[in-house]
Ligand binder design. Sequence first.
Ligand code: G6P
Length: 484
Amino acid sequence: MSKGEGSAIRKADLLIVANRLPVDRVVGPDGSVSWRRSPGGLVTAIEPVMRENDGAWIGWSGGADDDIDPFVEDGMSLVPVTLSGQEVEEFYEGFSNATLWPLYHDVVAKPEFHREWWDSYVAVNRRFAERAAQVADEKALVWVHDYQMQLVPAMLRELRPDLRIGFFLHIPFPPAELFQQLPWRRQLLEGLLGADLVGFQRPGAAQNFVRLVRQRVGHKTHRDLVYLPDGRTVRAAAYPISIDTPGLERLARTESTEQRAKEIREQLGNPRTVLLGVDRLDYTKGIYDRLRAFRELLTQGDLSVDDCVFVQVATPSRERVEQYRRLRDEIDRLVGRINGDLGKIGSPAIHYLHTSYPKDEMAALFRAADVMVVTPLRDGMNLVAKEYVACRYDDTGALVLSEFAGAADELRQAFRVNPYDINGMKDAILTAVHAQPRDLARRMKAMRKTVSEHDVKGWARRFLESLDETAPEHNKKVRPATAQ
Ligand code: G6P
């Protein structure tokens, strides 16, 4: 029996707690179950550190009432947590994705507040905390991730005061004026304060948090530190997440990716300009307004379907949540109308793909695109923008980027847009389409340097080192990943 299997779970020195496991459960046509590594960046970032430290990962399989024993997949110890059908509705679709998600993203959709959803959020967070308390070795390090798990740090500290606890929020943290709406605002802040280190994508988010803690919980604060009455100190700071830059660049450089990119352009009719959008189908991503801007460029004759095409990949997401269903219908209608009004035989204006693609196909799409259009209304980071840059190893291509994505702090040489300003967006797209290769090369080179110097392994290292400094009293060292 391999480590972690069966009832006797081996204790871990490093524990990741995230809503989702790093693998997706795949059920074959014959009913057989297998696990596929999920494409997310988090696994890539953390996997090497996990391997060095006997790590384990606690998360949900994505299904209802799955009762799965801990198992080892691809050398990683995975500890599934079970959610009932009702919890999937109330904790996942409800409180996580219809309350917190819109509230934390500038209220771009109206958050719903329901007391039963909150109760479910508390119950599920407690289950994760209890599981972590069982699995963590003496003085282990536990790294809790994202908005679905904000109560886990305090619940876990109560059960296991010996642990060192870090928390990282992958999405924005809203300003006090919005966060204040939440009926359970104080409980969430206190939940997070169970961690020694609370990490955010942007410095402004860390400042929002510290200010709220001072105002709402009444603790003393100084710069990025919160002083708790029990003598403990909590640090809140920014650790902008990144991607596996060398891995992606290597993939982009392969012969098969180049070949596939060429094929994609051919299949699109070898247009002069390929514009590309790649997003989860989410109302925060600004897909609707982006496509409207593109339509206006076509109707006004600034661009033409004869030599220009927009490819929009929209990955299905949270499909049972009402706001997501509505968005899907709206985008379907808009794309249909644009293609119906402006497309020609063999030249639709928009190629709309409601699906997800494996990494190699994504790399080929990034290689095939002349202009990458990333225009979220609000986004914690947006890794797609960084992935595009990593794939443009020959310093070609243009990135149009919303100033409301965390990535805009680092990718300063992008063509920046305010996604609410349709005219501004049209101007930026046109400027990007017509930019001189020398200008594009200068911009891309600088952005590539940024994503090369700040990759996801560096992100994990920085976070874990800060945690060492913030909570030195639990000094069981976590070994950094060996350099590769
Ligand atoms: C965002 C969140 C993640 C989440 C992912 C996919 O990136 O920050 O926590 O896992 O979206 O969403 P899903 O609801 O499918 O887990």
